[in-house]
Design a binder for this molecule. Sequence first.
Ligand code: NDP
Ligand code: A1CAB
Length: 272
Amino acid sequence: MTRIAVIGGGRIGEALVSGLLQGGFATKDLVVSEKSEARAEALAQEYSIRVTGAVADAAEGADVLVVAVKPGDVDAVLTDLANADLDGDREQLLVSLAAGIPTTRYENKLSAGFPVVRVMPNTPMLVGEGASVIAAGRHAKAGHLELVREILSSVGTVTVVPESQIDAVTAVSGSGPAYFFLIAEAMIDAGVSLGLSRAVATELVVQTMTGSAAMLDRSGENAADLRVAVTSPGGTTAAAVRELERVGIRHAFYEALTAARNRSAELGSTGE
Ligand SMILES: NC(=O)C1=CN([C@@H]2O[C@H](COP(=O)(O)OP(=O)(O)OC[C@H]3O[C@@H](n4cnc5c(N)ncnc54)[C@H](OP(=O)(O)O)[C@@H]3O)[C@@H](O)[C@H]2O)C=CC1
Ligand SMILES: O=C(O)[C@@H]1CCC=N1
């Protein structure tokens, strides 16, 4: 069985751990390295896995090292890994979840030829509905990509792209859940302002989002056609869409995703 060390047990590290365990991954094959003591204790208790404060301790004996710390903390993790007395006979693979950080940053610090795969996950993997996108670094072979695909497919879909597209992917699916949560929040508040209870507004918004996503996924129709089918001539939807277009909803998304893509590229060059 593949042994995985997750370095950084924050929001995305925990989402991965939780998703993997729900997908049938064995607790004995997972170890987390987490800096914050309180967080480490909480993770160990919640998931019955080994959690250590030391990166080298987690990395020892692992087949896959998953880096799930903030971009600004990646260099410190790399220094710990480079100084660790890792088992040279065992081939290890580094998988980076950090936004913006290119595979070359890792390759330049690790031993020659160390395979690196860059991943942009998203938090719905917590419930097995993640969208993970993977890109191979210079030394990652087809078998390495396949291993990462196999691991991540237990927590959602997996798509392979060239690394040059990962910043754009980050803007779409990495940050994407936040856009949907923001829309949900706004719709719930609007429903409440129209007199619905918060409980009813929430239930309706959640089911409307779930149902719409299922239709988009399964109906074979594109988003524009599905929207047109809801929009009766002179009706309620047309009145609402006119308002959304008036305030520039499409433009807002173009600008928002461009800002996210640019920020990802910036994180890659400055780390902060
Ligand atoms: N959240 C998301 O939706 C997504 C995040 N990502 C990427 O995942 C990475 C993590 O993000 P997120 O989970 O949100 O961040 P968090 O801050 O929630 O988690 C990072 C965790 O790593 C810990 N940490 C920092 N340095 C070390 C170290 N040297 N050894 C062990 N643990 C360490 C932090 O502790 P402390 O707080 O004490 O520093 C923190 O608990 C980022 O690079 C981000 O770009 C990618 C896709 C989606
Ligand atoms: O906001 C961020 O920087 C991270 C990367 C994608 C989602 N969260």
